[in-house]
Design a protein around this ligand. Sequence first.
Ligand SMILES: [Zn+2]
Length: 330
Amino acid sequence: MNKVILYYNFAEVDNPDNFCREHKRKCQQLNLFGRVYIAGEGINGTLGGAVEQIEQYKQYLWSLTGFEKTEFKEDEVVECPFVKLIVKTRPEIVTLKSKTPIDLTKEKGKYLDPQEWKEILSTRDDIQLIDVRNNYETVVGHFEGALCPDIENFYDFEEWVDRSNLDKNKKTLMYCTGGIRCEKFSVLMEKKGFKDVLQLHGGIINYAKTVGGAHYKGKCFVFDDRLTVPIEEEQKEPLGRCAISGIPCDTYINCHNMDCNRLFICSEEAARKLNGCCSESCMQSVRCRPFDAENIYAPSRKWYQYYGENEWLDIRQKRQKQTIQSEKGK
Ligand SMILES: [Zn+2]
């Protein structure tokens, strides 16, 4: 059995480069895959691996000064949903790019635990509820009545707040996938004059694990091969729509034309019709990854996972010849 963990901790890291090097070595030793970002403000990661190795990793992180209390969200999975390991330093562990200085190793916002969150949403008197995730995430699932800004990157949220008509005196609730974006954003909103800002502790993932799916519609988007996860066992009505046929659907696919690679919601029927591409023109591309009719939603990989370099050149040349011939024939 394998596990996926999701975690972050805002704790001071004196020398991110050294910390990063050692961290990478540890993850390689434990045969873990996934993504870990390290900055002067802390660590943010999602990793997958064998249950025992994941446990060892948690012990390792807890043994580091400042990281003793790191919380992990865990999920059992049959297959590890990552193929690579990326451990690298970044200016911020979650990129907000705000000019307002925020030091989360020293300042924190206010939290609601899942039970309190559920209660407030049941009575919902006079609150404004903000989903602090990107548009492609909220479209497949979100809390009832949430404002879901049409934004593609977290760092565009500040501008959105600045031009929004939000009431600074109203109780403001916010949530994201695992909590990290709210940690930063709630402090920023307080600095902008919002009087009562509350964030969902541990995000949607923790809420689903603790109290289930009450007040939540659809699925939860995750940044690994699974793309979406159900938030309770009982299947919910899909919230999204197939980009091609328009039927209710919440399964994402990457366009099989590797030059496009667009992430879009795609029904099984539409995927079969266009061989996993987002349009007829993408379907004509010479750089299409093979469409696996047996496994339509297989995660997309780089081209070298499908073709060796020589084989790939061969395919390209053959296809180019075909195109030239068919054009001559016209
Ligand atoms: Zn495409």
